[in-house]
Design a protein around this ligand. Structure first.
Ligand SMILES: Cc1cc2nc3c(=O)[nH]c(=O)nc-3n(C[C@H](O)[C@H](O)[C@H](O)COP(=O)(O)OP(=O)(O)OC[C@H]3O[C@@H](n4cnc5c(N)ncnc54)[C@H](O)[C@@H]3O)c2cc1C
Length: 309
């Protein structure tokens, strides 16, 4: 257990946190990024990125590596740990991790992003890691020549479904509504892909399996009321996201859905606590917006600390 002092503690080393680290360390501030996993955040769960300016098509983990090189070039540090608490008593804030380490700083930037939303059906928990997955780039290659189900109708479901067709014999996308919500270009690409099929107006109601692994899903057509079954070796679930804000509930900075409320300068209602990227109340959750928020926070953090001296 150690107590360390910094100018800025950034919680989360995704694209947002890494950008604040770059800006703040370039302004000569002593910066640490804390993460419960490897740097990169959700970039590590993304196969192909075609909508981040400057790259025609880049793999998520490759972009994560490039961002990390940039973030640490002026001395920002990375430390492993799951943050469990922020105490904001006066000017100095205290950030505690599950390993009992504490980090003291006048500024804390919450950049913890979002996690996948669970479908909440029987079998999901039981077969997680045994055919139920939330990450095509991590698990897709285990399903060579197999039939897969993707649950969801937004950008992530369609994009990751397309990615899975390079391994799977067929990908059936089960969509709750009667239309997809994905960007038109993605929809075109998916519709042209001979390995993809779509089942609309349908809810997955159960993940089925044998003693070892997933064997299919049970379905319910919400228009006709008909129940059905799709045999598949895996179910990839993309039904939205939830904020990663459990440790910050007591601070009074969250909205009723759990996202962090900020102003346009990424400031929360507590002086010295900022929030950026997917974790905050924002109309768009993408790499470009997380990076933009990160840059604004980097600048604002510097101004805030200058004002204290
Ligand atoms: C499958 C998928 C595909 C996507 N495809 C695209 C795309 O093509 N283009 C695009 O622009 N965007 C895409 N996105 C969205 C994009 O990945 C996010 O908008 C972006 O990563 C948000 O960055 P962030 O820094 O706010 O948060 P994140 O990337 O979520 O990073 C948050 C970090 O915080 C850490 N963390 C969380 N809680 C704690 C804690 N208590 N203590 C310590 N660390 C913690 C996490 O481990 C994580 O590393 C995709 C997302 C997914 C899931």
């Amino acid at each position: 257990m150690a107590e360390k002092k910094y100018d800025v503690v950034i919680i989360g080393a995704g694209p947002g946190g890494m950008t604040t680290a770059l800006y703040a360390s370039r302004a000569n501030l002593k910066v640490v990024m804390l993460d419960r996993g490897s740097f990169g955040g959700n970039l590590n769960n993304t196969a192909s990125i075609v909508n981040y300016s400057g790259f025609k098509d880049i793999q998520g983990p490759e972009l994560a590596e490039k961002m990390y090189q940039g973030a640490t070039q002026f001395g920002a540090e990375y430390a492993y740990g799951t943050v469990t608490k922020i105490e904001a008593d006066g000017q100095q804030k205290k950030v505690t991790t599950d390993m009992g380490d504490t980090f003291i700083a006048p500024v804390v930037v919450i950049a913890t992003g979002s996690d996948h939303r669970k479908l909440g059906v029987p079998g999901e928990e039981e077969f997680s890691g045994r055919g139920v997955s939330y990450c095509a780039v991590c698990d897709g290659a285990f399903f060579k020549g197999k039939h897969l189900v993707v649950v969801g109708g937004g950008d992530s479901a369609v994009e990751e479904g397309i990615y899975l067709t390079q391994f799977a014999s067929k990908v059936t996308v089960v969509v709750r509504r009667d239309v997809l919500r994905a960007q038109p270009m993605l929809q075109d690409e998916a519709e042209k892909n001979e390995k993809m099929e779509f089942v609309f107006n349908t809810n997955v109601t159960e993940i089925l399996g044998d003693d070892v692994k997933v064997t299919g899903v049970k379905t319910h057509n919400n228009k006709t009321g008909e129940d059905g079954k799709i045999s598949a070796a895996g179910a990839f679930i993309y039904v939205g996201t939830v904020p990663m804000t459990a440790p910050f509930k007591g601070l009074g900075v969250l909205d009723d859905q759990g996202w962090v409320k900020t102003d346009n300068e990424m400031k929360t209602s507590i002086p010295g606590i900022f929030a950026i990227g997917d974790v905050r109340e924002t109309p768009l959750r993408q790499i470009a917006t997380a990076v933009g928020d990160g840059a604004i926070a980097g600048q604002e953090v510097y101004q805030y600390i200058k004002g204290l001296n």
